[in-house]
Design a protein around this ligand. Structure first.
Ligand SMILES: Nc1ncnc2c1ncn2[C@@H]1O[C@H](COP(=O)(O)OP(=O)(O)OP(=O)(O)O)[C@@H](O)[C@H]1O
Ligand SMILES: [Mg+2]
Length: 240
């Protein structure tokens, strides 16, 4: 299998008023193309911090995240934008991750417009296409985030993340706030996209029962360190 990201000795210390918190401590592991990896561990063990370092939303204290042969923690300007384009992240809280003042049409098309991949005239066509990929229809184009349910907002966030055809998708408890039926539908959708496109998925989650069913591999963190990294044997699907 082709290695896509290599995390090497990542350390992250946060300075607060009087003390320092070591959120990630010598974290090292390799991620292979097309893997579905779940990251588990108790609250505060450093999962989100690590994911934010991989997406360049947070700086590291030391270490490397090598993607396509380059340490992306050192990138700036145009090169940083390109690496961000290929590694997309969805968060738990859709009320803050989607701009409340933008309509779904603009939310979905913003990355495509920013990278000059489509013209303004093509927005409706592309937004409709991506809404359909996530199981919504054209009637959502003119809605604002507050006019949708949490599950619908998360689907819109997913549509937006997929527009740039990322190689890696990170979901940081992106389904944790949803009811089980909606959660399972969104996970099915992500698994379907993962299977069809060879997307690499990092899935941060607290539900150990769920991750054992959906992942190829489960990485466990504790106090900023990786304490377990196990492959999961999924039952083979029987051909009908
Ligand atoms: N910006 C920050 N400033 C100071 N400390 C921080 C900051 N962000 C995170 N921390 C601390 O770093 C540690 C790891 O936090 P992190 O958010 O990565 O945990 P987590 O595993 O994602 O937890 P949860 O499951 O609750 O989301 C915690 O002790 C947290 O308090
Ligand atoms: Mg977190």
């Amino acid at each position: 299998m082709e290695k896509i990201i290599s995390i090497r000795n990542i350390n992250k210390a946060f300075q607060t008023n009087k003390s320092s918190v070591l959120a990630c401590h010598n974290v090292s592991f390799d991620i292979y193309k097309g893997e579905f990896i779940s990251i588990v561990g108790e609250s505060g063990c450093g999962k989100s911090t690590l994911m934010k370092i991989i997406t360049s939303l947070e700086s590291k204290t030391s270490g490397e995240v090598v993607y396509n042969g380059v340490d992306i923690t050192e990138l700036k300007g145009k090169h940083l934008r390109t690496s961000r384009r290929n590694i997309q992240m969805l968060f738990q809280d859709t009320t803050t991750s989607l701009n409340p003042k933008m309509k779904v049409l603009d939310i979905i098309c913003e990355p495509l417009i920013n990278f000059k991949l489509i013209s303004k005239k093509e927005k409706i066509k592309f937004a409709t296409e991506f809404l359909e990929k996530v199981g919504l229809n054209q009637s959502f184009l003119n809605r604002y985030p507050k006019e949708m349910s949490g599950g619908q907002r998360q689907r819109v966030g997913l549509a937006r993340a997929l527009t740039l055809n990322p190689e890696v998708l990170i979901l940081d408890e992106a389904t944790s706030a949803l009811d089980i039926i909606t959660r399972d539908k969104i996970i099915d959708l992500i698994k379907d996209i993962h299977a069809k496109t060879n997307l690499t998925v990092l899935f941060v989650c607290h539900d150990l029962n769920l991750v054992s069913k959906i992942s190829d591999r489960v990485v466990t963190m504790h106090n900023g360190e990786i304490v377990a990294d196990k492959s999961v044997q999924q039952p083979l699907m029987l051909a009908i």
